[in-house]
Design a protein around this ligand. Sequence first.
Ligand SMILES: NC(=O)c1ccc[n+]([C@@H]2O[C@H](COP(=O)([O-])OP(=O)(O)OC[C@H]3O[C@@H](n4cnc5c(N)ncnc54)[C@H](OP(=O)(O)O)[C@@H]3O)[C@@H](O)[C@H]2O)c1
Length: 255
Amino acid sequence: MPFELELPSKSFVVTGGNRGIGYAISRAIAQAGARVAVLYRSSADAPAVARALQDEFGVMVRAYQVDVADSARLEVVYNQVVRELGPIGGLVAAAGIAVSKPAVNMTRDDFLRIFQTNTWGPYNSAACLMRLWIRHNYHDGRIVIVSSIGGRRVSRGTSVSFYQASKAAASMLGRSLAQEWARYARINVLDPGYIATDMTSSMTADERRRVESTALLNRFGTPDEVANLALFLLSNQASYCVGTSYVCDGGIVLQ
Ligand SMILES: NC(=O)c1ccc[n+]([C@@H]2O[C@H](COP(=O)([O-])OP(=O)(O)OC[C@H]3O[C@@H](n4cnc5c(N)ncnc54)[C@H](OP(=O)(O)O)[C@@H]3O)[C@@H](O)[C@H]2O)c1
């Protein structure tokens, strides 16, 4: 019999699910037959992206506009998801921003903007859902926090110190929440390496070559390659996986 991943018959929320890595994860979930709530911040085409997935795979996929830093709006959105798509079985917190700026010029506003999205955002997305699960006495949740290998190691020649710090914090947060909420959910962290998305599209040819030479596979990864691991972590087959960070980086970190 072929090996197949099964998802709980619930709906799944993907923050940043309309573009890049998050989109590939939304697509993988829809392809696996589960309903998907695609959360986005401002891309006007997100509802059309969701409709296209719905048409392609014949499962309900809806887009919801929300800033992941906004708790009140997130709560409204989760309640709407439950009404429209049914109870939520899992979350992938993929929304994130990268800001490149010399550290000597960084401001408090830069700090707040980056940490609000990359660190508070995953916490907020997870905590709003956890409150729902506790209220409904649901004990089989799945949460994947998309962090980065940038939270583990410093990339030479870059100016992304707040990004890297925000990801290091998000990774530790994910593992801490896994411990505190283990009765309700299996929470894991996913650390992509360099992936071909809008986030990395402004890198120069030289920067790309330098990055590629640091990976055993000598190339960028694709969003689908990260989505495969996310789908596994959401699935029933990952029943003994909790509180760990998983790297998908073509062999940069080597640990
Ligand atoms: N690409 C890489 O090489 C790489 C490597 C390691 C880790 N990661 C991490 O993987 C995640 C996805 O990265 P990506 O490359 O796919 O990025 P991307 O293509 O730039 O997409 C970012 C996504 O996040 C959403 N978003 C940003 N801020 C938000 C907010 N405040 N509230 C709600 N949604 C928000 C965007 O929504 P809109 O479209 O509406 O703006 C978009 O869907 C990020 O957390 C990133 O740090 C990426």
